[in-house]
Design a protein around this ligand. Sequence first.
Ligand SMILES: [Zn+2]
Length: 470
Amino acid sequence: MRKQRRKRAKKGEPQRITKAVTHIRLAETNPGKLTALDQLAHVFLPLVQQYVTLFCTEEPPDKFRDALFPTPLSERWHRVAIQQAAGIAQSWRTNREQAYQDYVEDLQEYREQEAEGTLDEGTKEPAWCEWDVPTLRQTCIQANVNVVKLEVSEDSSFDYWLKISALDFRKQLLVPVKLSGYHKEALTDPKTNKHRPINSSVQLNKREDGWWLTLSYDEVVTVQSEPDAQVIGIDVGIANFLTTSDGRHYGTFHGKLRERQKRDREKRRRKGKLRACLKKKGVEQLPSTSSNSGQRLIRHVRQEINRAVNVCFNEHPDVQIAYEQLSVATMKHKARAMNAYMRASNLAHLPKQIAWNAAKRGVRATKVKSAYSSQACSVCHYTDRKNRPDQQTFCCIICQFTTHADRNASVNIAARLHDEELRACGSRVEVKALLLSRHEQWKQQCSLVVVQAPVQLGLWASSPASTDVG
Ligand SMILES: [Zn+2]
């Protein structure tokens, strides 16, 4: 169920991108109205959850599915719930499928190494752990114009009115919206100085401190990259958020961010202990283990990632970008030091941010396969885990090419942009076979040269690793 690869955007081709304007506070001028919104959410969310479970376990997600579960909500609200659930379930299914595919390939690789007798000591057989169905924890309503209308306010000090169909069919909630200067600027087109047309779908979120609105608008950006523009490969990771094939690094999770993460983990551990202790003593109201500082930390890491990506694009004008299609297995490999949650929320954020920055700047950016990009030698194509003596270093055991590990990976990634043969590979096993056949070609080409320089002949003949090639 993999998503079909989108056609690569050509120069001059318009691309529609949707931009969000977030954090618009719903004013508490009339608290009764927001209480009515609370009541609506109270009925809406459990209904969405029912459909999420249905679409994840029993049926394929279908935005237009007939209503199944009873609800006091209107038919229009019911439709909105089904649509939102279908979106959540679809993305859950896609991610689960991708993870399962990764697991199957990991297992294949494991079996292969087992048969060859090349397994590293202590390597465990990959195991599949079935995913839980997603649970909705935060209040989020993705509403369309059938249930929530945004109207310009002509006769008040507010900018808009949100007209929300209430739980009680006959009533409509009128919630005033006041935009800050920052929001107004974001919603004004700097070229024409006019209001941008706002999309009719809106998102409502409830947080601890009240209700928030997200608006969005579409912008058309034209791809500016020339088809033969220089290709810059980007490798993403933890030690360096981004490493480019011209050898520059941007951002890091080490240092301050890592210290904060350690402190946060320690705090959660202590809270957990306290909970366990109180539970033993029969205390019923237990302190929560979810951590605000953890949420803040995640936001902070994301800001750092956004900044790194921004600087990277600023320093590389007039290029086109190749970046990794990050699989769960690659993320796991790249982020052993992070806990599962950070891993999921942050590493996956990097490619998204690259795609987004490229789109809004009209830079062509293409995802390429990440399989073996960190183990393959960018000079002789020899592919082996042993080429990585440590996390930071790449040192080819055949041709001795040595460089920063992330730099070697980003050079591989850049080369994969126009590599149709590699693109056609269906699995990791095929990628590895292709790389090793290229290594064989490289050896043959080199032996022609080496005829004049017999001193170097021993280079691979004596290498123990060359026996398991081909
Ligand atoms: Zn090499």
